[in-house]
Design a protein around this ligand. Structure first.
Ligand code: KG4
Ligand code: ZN
Length: 359
């Protein structure tokens, strides 16, 4: 069976075709980065409007690349939440219309379940394992005993890791999207002399906190007088400022030190969860899982601890529809079907619970 998967939860309009044997036949992602860059972050209304413009062409391209006609489809999977309601509704409405027109089943998928399932795109993932999702909206640890037995054991108490990356990039006047830029400019930069906090790293929970680290970076930037007339800001329109001559290297060092602090916390907490739960497999996904420093540190630490590590290919870490298609296979197989009443869910706390609109 061919499944068309649609993902529009944030600022990527994505469609993919997968088979019910977990083969990805196409994976098309139209990024809206250029539309949001001037604002330094995703503007929900702009995202919704761009999704409306892009969804048709993106779906057509996904079908074309897969070499199939829409009449060959056996089902449509769509991200139902969590995410921006207006953005989600574009994908959901499209999926409903297509399902109705073709008389095929549709199924709403949890975006985070999609991220966790991205790991099984390049091979089978065994159970049980610990899952870490690190994205722009979420930083959560899951104990996953089976595909349908997923328990969140920890989460961020404030900012998500990706959100912290984006905000720190903004206060360093690096531009948008911040995570990718920090990753790039930190390559090969030694930063041991810069001491930043690792919040909650050795406490007894699996929770995270990144807002204090972000404030520590801000204070350091102000103290170091890197930028002329720096004001206290995390929000507002992005500006461009050149560092004071001679202090350019400090921007790179601070970016690298921030990345190192986030990496340390994520690695320590994830490994603690694996060991405490007496498991030997860690799966890491979400946009921040494409970060070079994190990937490298996870590989080293997991190898040292005898833990098997699965991190999807970078293109499956950031938002995409292939992961939604892969996640949907189990639900289609179990006979889960969405009705035309299916609605967007901005906050979807438990992966186990299915919101209204399905039978
Ligand atoms: O999973 P994702 O594409 O969307 C959400 O579900 O949020 O994650 C986006 C987040 C953004 O905050 C972005 O800055 C971050 O992932 N990100 C990165 C990298 N690539 C994307 N953060 C650090 N290093 C990267 N290479
Ligand atoms: Zn995501």
């Amino acid at each position: 069976m061919y499944i068309l998967a649609i993902e529009t939860s944030c600022d990527e309009t994505a469609a993919a075709v997968v088979t019910d044997t977990a083969e990805v036949l196409s994976n098309v992602v139209a990024s809206q980065i250029a539309d949001h860059a001037a604002f330094g972050g995703v503007v929900p209304e702009i995202a919704s409007r761009r999704h409306v413009e892009l969804i048709g062409p993106v779906v057509s391209e996904a079908l074309k690349q897969a070499g199939i006609d829409r009449r060959d489809l056996g089902g449509v999977a769509v991200t139902q939440g969590p995410g921006l309601v207006g953005a989600l509704l574009v994908g959901i409405s499209f999926a409903k219309a297509l399902g109705y027109a073709l008389n095929i089943p549709i199924c709403g998928i949890n975006h985070l379940e999609g991220h966790l399932c991205a790991a099984s795109i390049d091979g089978t993932v065994r159970y049980p394992h610990i899952g870490l999702v690190v994205s722009g909206g979420h930083t959560s640890l899951y104990r996953i005993d089976a595909p349908d037995a997923v328990a969140q054991i920890g989460h961020t108490l404030d900012d998500a890791a990706g959100e912290a990356f984006d905000k720190v990039a903004k206060l360093l006047y690096l531009g948008y999207p911040g995570g990718v830029i920090i990753d790039r400019i930190s390559q090969g930069i030694a930063c041991d002399e810069i001491d930043l906090p690792r919040p909650k790293i050795h406490d007894n929970s699996y929770d995270f906190s990144f807002s204090g680290l972000k404030t520590a970076v801000l204070n350091l930037v102000i103290r170091s007088e890197i930028f002329p007339e720096m004001n206290l800001r995390f929000s507002g329109l992005p500006q461009h400022k050149e560092p004071v001559p001679g202090k350019e290297y400090l921007v790179q060092k601070i970016a690298a030190a921030f990345q190192a602090a986030v990496t340390d916390v994520l690695v320590v907490k994830a490994i603690k969860a694996v060991k405490d739960c007496a498991m030997d497999l860690l799966v890491v996904s979400g946009g921040v899982a494409s970060n070079s420093s994190l990937r490298h540190a996870l590989r080293e630490r997991c190898a040292g601890e005898g833990i098997e590590l699965v991190i999807p290919h970078r293109k499956y870490c950031t938002d995409n529809a292939a992961m939604i298609g892969i996640a949907s296979i189990r639900h289609f197989r179990e006979g889960t079907r969405a009705s035309l009443d299916m609605n967007a869910v901005s906050r979807w706390s438990s992966l186990q619970k299915r919101p209204a609109g399905h039978s």
